[in-house]
Design a protein around this ligand. Structure first.
Ligand code: ADP
Ligand code: MG
Length: 670
């Protein structure tokens, strides 16, 4: 339960004030309650402190001893070093503080200190040196186990511990749940390390439970309160559509369509996440759903994240829909104004980019909104499209096969369908890591494959959307390949700066085999579909993110011929090595995204705020996979049994998951 006392902004706590409140805001701590729930990430056990004689270099250590001597040094560029010699009767060690001159006034010989930090052999004095991270005066009654809090610039461990003590003394009593009070006590003033794990897990569970309640209540609203359009699904529609296709649906595609039919018939608006690896065939599923909407008298919209992808959908789908007597239109930022319509009356299916979201764009009757590559859009953009219809059905599609726990968090209010099967006849891509020094070997291989009639992608990194340097690199690479390596072949270049029709022309030439080797910046990342291209060379592969590499590789291996991917580069960092290793080891997007998640963390992977990743105080999306699933089950049971109670809990606590910056601004207004 929320309690007014607990909502007190931190600046009113004794010893905090407005300045420190801003520092706290960076940690997501706005209120007293946030501070209570700012739980330690780790603990330093001081019950058995090592004798200094046993301390070894290159470890993080805690030692205590008596100050023998204090030495303050000032370097020429006003850099200060304090060296304190600590002795514990077994040996002496030098503790050092950098640039904290005011501390020198505190230290006196004979005083006892507890210090912790990394130990090294000083290159200057050649003795054991501990670079102090944290210290306290040893008063004999110090905490036996010291909590380690997340810190930020301008907030020192000792200060934070003092503030937490004040808050625990004055406010813990207002926390309604007794078990939570106990858990907070155990975490902030630990006496037994064995108890801290369960205490943290309890708080994480409570937090995740509340969050899941919010998602499930939202979902319940869709399922039980909102009215949606009922679509009829006549056998003849399906037959007509399938006759127009050159292939038959995979089992997985059929299963997903059945989920969609159920939603269409339910009389409630569909809200479905359609997950499927690159190349699994999501587009055609979207097309059939759109066709059914059209047959029921509505319009359908497909929102794509890039111009190229929108164009490609348009080309593919207009060929298909022509056979079905549906009118398809394309609306992007570069659609010429003569062609551009704001009132979409006659169109049945409209494909577009962000341009589709503009206020002035109006549909006759939008019955189905499809969002492709959902992770590229924010929640607000999804809503902007949905609002253009009267509670339309919604399908969001993603090729990022996120782990279940994360899906429950990010998309827990959506129903989920997965295409877990690739169309038949695909051979898994073979992937190789090629150190730059051996790059020439790949050229010979390329020549061979082109002789066999295949085509090749060469991808150059594009770090920023508009970076001149990257563009230059891609141009130079295309020139170099054309002039010196493959003079007998046709080398093309495509990049993000080209106009829509220029890009179109190049893609068409490539599809028509007028270009053998297409050099590109990462603009080909999504959507391009040329099955005859069976070789991909990625230059400076170490600079690409893992999911980006996976998306890129999805451009080959689209036909029945064996495809090959060469990751050229020099992986210097551990992360880069990990990424390339994962790419060579597997084609499974699921495994790749798990590695990616571990390497980068969820915020980075999904653009935390934009995609609506909640702001958890205790829970950790990666670490708490099990707890997330338990919380989900518990939340389902609670919503079922006591929807009223669930709603009360969500309404009193849901605020906390919002963007801390916004909460801070709101609290400043009060
Ligand atoms: P993605 O899921 O990455 O969006 P696409 O929808 O672009 O995948 O499909 C990839 C390719 O597979 C396209 O060329 C599409 O026409 C083809 N495809 C889709 N479904 C099937 C199927 N059931 N059988 C054969 N080919 C298919
Ligand atoms: Mg796609």
């Amino acid at each position: 339960m929320s309690n007014q006392k607990l909502d007190t902004p931190v600046q009113y706590i004794k010893g905090v004030g407005p300045k420190l409140a801003q520092v706290f805001a960076k940690l997501g701590v706005i209120t007293v309650e946030d501070l209570l729930y700012l739980v330690p990430r780790d603990f330093e056990d001081r019950r058995n402190i090592k004798p200094i004689a046993q301390v070894r270099p290159s470890e993080f250590e805690v030692v205590k001893g008596e100050i023998m001597d204090v030495d303050v040094q000032q370097t020429r560029n006003r850099f200060s070093i304090i060296k304190v010699y600590l002795n514990d009767k077994t040996a002496t060690l030098q503790a050092v503080w950098f640039n904290q001159p005011y501390l020198s006034k505190l230290f006196r010989p004979g005083m006892k200190l507890i210090v912790s930090g990394k130990v090294e052999i000083s290159s200057y004095d050649h003795i054991l040196q501990l670079q102090v991270k944290d210290f306290e005066v040893d008063t004999g009654d110090n905490l036996p186990i010291v909590p380690k809090y997340p810190l930020t610039q301008g907030l020192y461990p000792k200060k934070l511990r003092a503030v937490i003590k004040t808050v625990m003394d004055d406010y813990l009593k207002y926390v309604a749940d007794k078990k939570s009070r106990t858990a907070l006590q155990v975490l902030h003033f630990p006496t037994d390390p064995a108890k801290t794990g369960p205490a943290r897990d309890y708080l994480a569970f409570e937090e995740l439970l509340t969050f899941q309640l919010g998602l499930l209540l939202q979902r319940k609203r869709y399922k039980e309160e909102l009215k949606g359009r009922k679509f009829e699904i006549k056998e003849e529609y399906l037959e007509e559509f399938k006759k127009a296709l050159s292939f038959t649906f995979t089992g997985a595609q059929e299963r997903v369509m059945n989920d969609i039919y159920d939603d269409f018939r339910s009389g409630r608006p569909m809200n479905r996440l359609l997950q499927g690896d690159v190349g699994s065939g999501k587009t055609v599923v979207a097309a059939l759903a759109a066709f059914i909407a059209v047959k029921n008298g509505c319009q359908a919209a497909i929102l794509a994240p890039t111009e190229i992808l929108a164009q490609q959908h348009y080309v593919k789908l207009s060929a298909l829909f022509k056979k079905l007597d549906c009118r398809v239109d394309l609306l992007t930022a570069t659609t010429s104004s003569a062609k551009k319509r704001e009132e979409l009356k006659d169109q049945d299916v409209v494909i577009g980019t962000h341009a589709l979201l503009e206020k002035k764009i109006k549909f006759r009757d939008l019955g189905l909104a499809i969002i492709d590559e959902q992770h590229r859009f924010g929640v607000h953009q999804r809503l902007a499209l949905v609002k253009k219809g009267f509670s339309p059905h919604v399908i969001v599609m993603t090729a990022t096969p996120i782990p279940r726990s994360l899906a429950l968090t990010l998309y827990g209010d959506l129903d989920r369908s997965i295409i877990d099967e690739l169309p038949p006849g695909r051979t898994p891509v073979k992937t190789y890591y090629v150190p730059s020094a051996r790059r020439a070997d790949a050229n010979e291989f390329i020549r061979l494959k082109i002789k066999e009639g295949r085509q090749v992608f060469v991808v150059c990194p594009l770090v920023e959307e508009s970076s001149e340097l990257d563009l230059k690199a891609a141009k130079e690479e295309a020139d170099r390949l054309q002039k010196y390596i493959f003079p007998e072949l046709k080398v093309g270049l495509i990049h993000g700066r080209l106009k829509g029709d220029e890009k179109d022309k190049i893609m068409k030439d490539f599809a028509d085999k007028k270009i053998d080797i297409l050099v590109s910046t990462t603009v080909i990342e999504v959507g391009i579909d040329v099955p005859n291209a069976t070789v991909m060379v990625v230059e400076h592969a170490e600079r690409f993110g893992l999911s980006q590499l996976h998306q890129l590789r999805g451009r080959i291996g689209r036909g029945s011929e064996q495809s090959f991917c060469f990751l050229v580069g020099d992986a210097k960092t551990d992360d880069a090595k990990e990424r390339l290793k994962a790419m060579v080891a597997t084609n499974d997007g699921f495994k790749i995204s798990e590695v990616d998640l571990k390497l980068r963390g969820p915020g980075d992977l999904f653009g935390a705020r934009q995609s609506g990743l909640p702001n958890f105080r205790v829970a950790d999306i990666i670490r708490d996979e099990k707890i997330i699933q338990e919380a989900r089950r518990a939340a389902e049971a609670l919503v079922e049994k006591d929807a009223e109670g669930a709603r009360n809990r969500w309404e009193s606590q849901g605020e906390k998951f919002k963007d801390p910056q916004k909460r801070f601004e709101a609290s400043a207004l009060n």
